[in-house]
Design a protein around this ligand. Structure first.
Ligand SMILES: [Zn+2]
Length: 304
């Protein structure tokens, strides 16, 4: 059995999977946000409860909102104070007497998609989460690419490319990013960025769903805005496609439900790529919110 923990800022979800990736049990509990000891105890209790349910000791994979840094695997989790700087993998594997694997939650999202029955044949899978921020990850031959610092795939913190400035104006404010830089693309092409950009260009603060409704209703400002946004998205993603040349690009997060993206983006990308480039298949994520626990379980299952 394979236990996938999706550890978020507000809840911890556990999915128990068999060797064929069928979910056989699940449970969700609130995340102890500030006490590491409480959080460890919560994870251990969940694992033991799962052991009792399935009658064996499952292997443990955990998706975290951050990454393991340094040699000891101490976590960097900016939005989860309880685990900041803590060697969760070492502590948990000692207490539970089994191997624990930890990876970034966005990497787990992409891993889950890359192992979808229909997508499994693609060697290079790139995932982008257009949510509040912009997360992402790269899976090559069924395994997530982490890099030296666990930051491979932190695409949201690439800075705006020059052709993006052609689309939205070279005088666009370089929005201060939570990472300490400014002008990171997550502040412009994420779901939050979509709303920020509309307000910047048209002086009106509207939720993304309203802008999209206006677009579908043929409202002129919304039509013009979406036209520019798609060009901006293509300019930013074009660089990533040139860098990794994926076979499949999977989009997740709230803005991935804007279905027109899948028709319009492929028409805007070619002018941002080398002339010989064939576009990747571009798809909406198949596993949605369930991808977190599935991807975490795959941290072990991918060895099979
Ligand atoms: Zn940033």
């Amino acid at each position: 059995m394979y236990y996938g923990f999706d550890m978020g800022g507000t809840k911890i979800e556990l999915g128990v999977f068999d060797a064929e990736l069928n979910k056989v049990w699940q449970k969700r509990v609130p995340t102890p946000r500030h006490s590491y000891d409480e959080l460890l105890a919560t994870l251990i209790e969940l694992a033991h409860e799962a052991d009792a349910q399935v009658g064996t000791q499952g292997k443990i994979g955990i998706g975290v909102p951050g990454m393991q840094t340094g040699e000891d695997g101490a976590l960097f989790t900016a939005n989860l104070p309880a685990t900041m700087g803590k060697p969760l993998r070492v502590d948990l594997s000692q207490r539970l007497q089994r191997e624990v694997r930890i990876n970034n939650d966005a990497n787990c999202f992409v891993l889950s998609e890359a192992w979808d029955a229909e997508f499994r044949s693609y060697p290079v899978v790139m995932g982008i989460i257009l949510g509040t921020g912009l997360g992402g990850g790269l899976v090559v031959d069924g395994r997530p690419v982490e890099g030296r610092n666990g930051i491979a795939g932190e695409f949201g913190h690439l800075r705006l490319p020059s052709d993006a400035l052609d689309v939205i104006g070279a005088d666009i404010p370089r929005v201060e990013c939570g990472c300490g830089q400014s002008g990171c693309i997550e502040n412009y092409i994420s779901g939050r960025g979509f709303e920020w950009l509309y307000e910047h260009l048209y002086g009106e603060a509207l939720p993304a769903v309203t802008i999209i409704r206006h677009y579908r209703g043929g409202e002129s400002k919304a039509l013009e805005f979406v036209d520019r946004f798609m060009d901006l998205l293509a300019a930013c993603l074009g660089n990533l496609l040139t860098l990794f040349d994926p076979h499949l690009l999977v989009l997740g997060g709230g803005l991935s439900n804007f279905d027109e993206i899948y028709q319009i983006l492929p028409t805007r990308l070619p002018s941002r790529l080398l002339p010989i480039a064939r576009l990747p298949r571009i798809e909406k994520a198949r596993h949605g919110d369930a991808g977190g626990v599935r991807g975490a379980a795959l941290l072990h299952l991918m060895d099979n």
